[in-house]
Design a protein around this ligand. Structure first.
Ligand SMILES: [Fe+2]
Ligand SMILES: [Fe+2]
Length: 194
């Protein structure tokens, strides 16, 4: 089932301009995000080992994100760009997680839907980067990425649909899309994914 929802707040042209003129910084931040996305999928497994229905898909996502990390790192290595030495606060993720509900099930649903809206944001940004890049090889790389992140955005919603009422999931996804956009527009415009 196609459940993908487009992000509400679109990235401004100013952001694309900053990314293109500071592409090495963007790559550094992008690599960190792929690494974190892989760990996040694995931490779902650690936190919810009895949710057996979603474990195979979480393993697949963790592997795909790790592969994305490997691909970004390869590009960085060729360009002589090093990974970030100190990892700063992730204001975007912190604010999203702060809006999670507290009950065990509510929190589980919220964490899945946050993962989905973050993937949707990745899709939106990678798609814009792919369209703006002059280098066709890099452009092709970002195009493949946005297609995969788009699939991830759907899969996390499908996971929530296994355990919760589908109308309730859709309503909550709507809430998260709105909340994500509120947080997103408050962020500083930098050569970063968020
Ligand atoms: Fe990824
Ligand atoms: Fe992803």
């Amino acid at each position: 089932m196609q459940v993908f929802q487009e992000v509400i707040a679109q990235s401004p042209q100013e952001w694309i301009d900053i990314v293109l003129s500071n592409f090495d910084d963007f790559l550094r931040d992008h690599a960190d995000n792929e690494r974190k996305a892989s760990s996040m999928a694995m931490s779902f497994i650690a936190k919810y080992p009895n949710r057996v229905e979603i474990i195979p898909e979480l393993i697949r996502i963790a592997l795909e994100e790790l592969e994305h990390f490997q691909q970004v790192y390869d590009i960085m290595e060729k360009r002589g760009v090093e990974l970030t030495h100190s990892i700063g606060k992730d204001v975007y993720m912190e604010q999203l997680i702060k809006s999670c509900r507290n009950g065990r099930d509510e929190r589980f649903m919220d964490r899945l839907l946050i993962a989905s809206v973050v993937e949707s944001r990745g899709r939106e940004r990678f798609k814009k980067v792919a369209a703006a890049l002059k280098d066709t090889e890099l452009g092709e790389f970002y195009k493949n990425l946005w297609i995969e992140e788009s699939r991830h955005a759907n899969v996390f919603v499908e996971m929530a649909n296994i355990y919760f009422d589908n109308d309730e999931v859709l309503a909550r996804l709507d809430y998260w899309n709105n909340r994500e956009s509120e947080i997103f527009v408050g962020l500083e415009v930098r050569a970063c994914l968020h």
